[in-house]
Write a protein that binds this ligand. Sequence first.
Ligand code: HEC
Ligand code: HEC
Length: 266
Amino acid sequence: MIQPATIGRLAAFTISMSLGLMACTGGGEAPMTTATPSAPDPNDAAVRVLNASPYSIRADAELLDYVNSTAQAAYAANCQGCHGADMQGAPGIPNLVDYDWLWGVTGFESNDAEPVMAIQQTLLYGVRNTECPDIEDVSYYGGCADTRYSEMPGYATLGYSAEQINDLVEKVIDLSGGDADAEAVARSANDWPACTECHGEDGFGYKPYGGPDLTDNVSLYGGDRDTLTSVITAGRLGQCPPWGKELDAATIKSLAVYIWNTASGL
Ligand code: HEC
Ligand code: HEC
């Protein structure tokens, strides 16, 4: 039985997050400073970007120019090494502009502020960030509070036989419309329910857990039998660094808006 363990871990993580929240509201130990910060200049482009919706940024040539140039410079300096100069990723590193999202963005949002917020969360806290510099004990549950977190389990470790894993590989090939061994797909019916928590009953994925859609022609790690066997046997825990400490708020927002606009063809 693997699900109770997984669910237990997620539940523990959720509890730890709630406790963290309680600790925050009860705390209030911000260091006292004597200097009064000067009020932000409302005409400053960075301040206007922070206050503007993605829609109004697109409608304002000056703001859009600020967002594009800020994002492009930050991308070249911090992201390009992994996600590629063309933003199209590499095996294990997602394409950022194909409108195929792992985290948060479902495609059913009613406006484009919601997906931009979802992308911002990924950028601020990262994916599977375990460094947790400020609250070390939270990392015990696998990741820092607010990071995107889930685990693609390694099914060999969970006791699945090579035959069971082979059948699941055929199931995944079948889901993506490939030429699968029908008998193996039928045999996988007992084990497939273990996968649906994160990939959905019909294999369309589950964005809160970063579970990829297994039915489309976009593959994070590769859709050939060898790669699928390796992923299901050993599991995968891809990581994106957190940027909330490295980059300022206007740069994070610019990156999120820029990624969203580019991916959506806006
Ligand atoms: C060390 C390599 C690395 C760097 C540097 C990096 N990323 Fe990532 N990023 C990843 C990986 C790997 C993932 C996929 C994590 C997973 O498996 O869910 C990812 C995921 C993402 C996602 C989520 C995509 C989705 O479909 O939901 C976004 C957005 C993103 N990165 C943006 C950025 C931006 C912007 C930067 C630079 C500020 C950046 N990344 C820097 C490796 C990196
Ligand atoms: C607890 C959540 C969870 C469960 C349960 C789970 N997966 Fe995953 N799976 C993920 C996540 C998250 C990823 C992406 C890993 C990453 O981003 O590094 C993934 C990735 C994959 C991939 C690679 C997809 C790609 O685009 O490259 C395959 C194939 C896959 N899972 C199959 C399965 C099968 C088959 C099962 C059941 C036996 C299963 N998964 C169970 C969360 C899960």
